[in-house]
Design a protein around this ligand. Structure first.
Ligand code: SAH
Length: 454
């Protein structure tokens, strides 16, 4: 009970700071609901990307959907993520951290509570995958700064895994002002370094493997859905891979085909007891989750993965987004976002028994458990401006309403096993066998259980 109170106090310290800090993103629900905005001024790499893909297919035959996605999204020269700032009302899609500051603040509380639950280690790495514009990290770091006392002098550092030079620049501006430098050589594992506006060391990497080892809280928000998937179709002859080919009727167009013979992927990636007839598998996501699980098991810490997803039930979820509208995944490749729902049952399987997994739980339940209603009330109490009040209310509704983002987005966590067990305290130095004495009950995992914060 004592520990639950500590967590409640932490959350109240955040929801009742004096004065509460209010940030309004340049976003309105009207824009987001109509899901449409102009992308007229955006570069249109579609043609050169299409040429690149068609010459690849001409040379080697149809390519997997995974290869198609990898090229379109992260090709180092013309990839969609490499070239664009795609987030926000003027981009192609909007994400929860961009909608409301409350989202990041509650995730900041989550990070702190996991650090507390792990016994407040003296060093604490915050690692974020695919930080977009840096808004989530910014809101989290503001919480760390406001609740500095709770962190008790722990050495906190920030580590961002980001493939896009363009977005890393935007993140650096958001998080450090101009207090960051790019590395002298492009090949350096740390390609940018600096100090956050709250005074913490911050570094940028392209791969998880380059992030230093140590107790870490890993966050991935709308990151796994951007990783390449393979697509498979069940046929009378068994599982066959769906691939991308040139349309023979219109050579300037691409089409999806089911290849006649099994591929390495179709023989390796389908579970023997698979019941669905169409399956999407993201092996890159599986590898990242395995690496995270190993790190968490050895170094301590936790990972929080939030994305739209399912628990091994959905089939065809591969889709494109352009200017907030659905977009044909094969049309003008490179000009639109490509995405597929995260299969949490696959991630859980890849994590194995190395870590304890919880979730997926809906965004609505997660945020309600984290005290979103209380935080909203505090911000409203201190805000007189009607349009800001309306934005705050609409933002929270967008995040939690089951018909908007509340049910589609799911939260999943991987924890070090020790996090959920009551430590055994045995008396040492006695001749007789030590009598195990149970330590205090572990802190509940915030967000995944009700803490009674309101
Ligand atoms: N998390 C942010 C942005 C989501 S968009 C938000 O919720 O607002 C996806 C992010 O992942 C972008 O920052 C993109 O550049 C990054 N990304 C995509 N593929 C990646 C990869 N393979 N490695 C590292 N970052 C990647």
């Amino acid at each position: 009970m004592r520990t639950v109170r500590a967590l409640q106090r932490l959350s109240r310290d955040l929801v009742c700071p004096c004065p509460p800090l209010l940030f309004v993103r340049s976003w309105s629900v009207a824009q987001s609901q109509s899901c449409s905005s102009s992308s007229a001024e955006k570069p249109m790499p579609g043609n050169s990307m299409l040429r690149h893909l068609t010459s690849k297919i001409k040379a080697t035959g149809p390519i997997s959907v995974a290869e198609y996605m990898r090229e379109v999204l992260t090709n180092p020269v013309m990839g969609y993520y490499v070239q664009n700032d795609m987030l926000g009302p003027d981009g192609d899609f909007i994400t929860s951290p961009e909608i409301s500051q409350i989202f990041g603040e509650l995730l900041g509380i989550w990070c702190l509570s996991e650090w507390m639950g792990a016994g407040k280690p003296s060093r604490f790495q915050l690692v974020e995958f695919g930080p977009g514009r840096g808004s989530l990290a910014n809101d989290i770091l503001r919480v760390f700064s406001q609740l500095r006392g709770a962190l008790g002098g722990a050495a906190v550092s920030v580590h961002l895994v980001e493939v896009s030079p363009k977005l890393s620049q935007i993140q650096a501006q958001c998080l450090t002002g101009d207090q960051s430098q790019v590395s002298a050589s492009e090949d350096e594992p740390v390609y940018r370094q600096g100090t956050t506006t709250t005074g913490l060391p911050i570094s940028w990497y392209r791969n998880l493997d380059d992030v230093p080892r140590g107790f870490s809280i890993y966050l991935a928000h709308e990151f796994f859905d951007a990783l390449p998937i393979h697509k498979f179709q069940g046929t009378e002859k068994g599982w066959r891979e769906v691939m991308v080919d040139i349309d023979p009727d219109e050579p300037g167009k691409l089409r999806l085909v089911i290849v006649p013979a099994p591929t390495l992927a179709s023989t390796q990636l389908i579970q023997a007891d698979e019941k669905r007839r169409h399956v999407e598998v993201c092996p890159e996501g599986g590898v990242i989750v395995q690496r995270l699980a190993n790190r968490i098991a050895k170094d301590g810490g936790a990972a929080l993965i939030a994305d739209y997803g399912h628990d091994g039930t959905k089939t065809d979820t591969f889709r494109g987004f352009k200017s907030h509208e659905l977009h044909d995944v094969l049309a003008s490749p490179g000009s639109a976002d490509l995405t597929a729902d995260v299969d949490y049952s696959y991630l859980r399987r890849m994590a194995g028994a190395t870590v304890a997994c919880m979730g997926p739980i809906s965004q609505k339940d997660f945020l309600k458990n984290m005290g979103i209603d209380t935080r909203l009330q505090v911000l409203l109490r201190n805000c007189a401006d009607p349009s800001t009040r309306a934005q705050l209310i609409q933002g929270c509704d967008m995040l939690t309403n089951p018909l908007k983002m509340g049910e589609r987005f799911q939260f999943f966590t991987m924890l070090n096993h020790s996090r959920l067990t009551r430590p055994e305290q045995s008396k040492r130095g006695k001749k007789m066998a030590p009598v195990p004495k149970m330590g205090p009950a572990p802190l509940p995992v915030a967000g995944f259980s009700e803490l009674g914060l309101s």
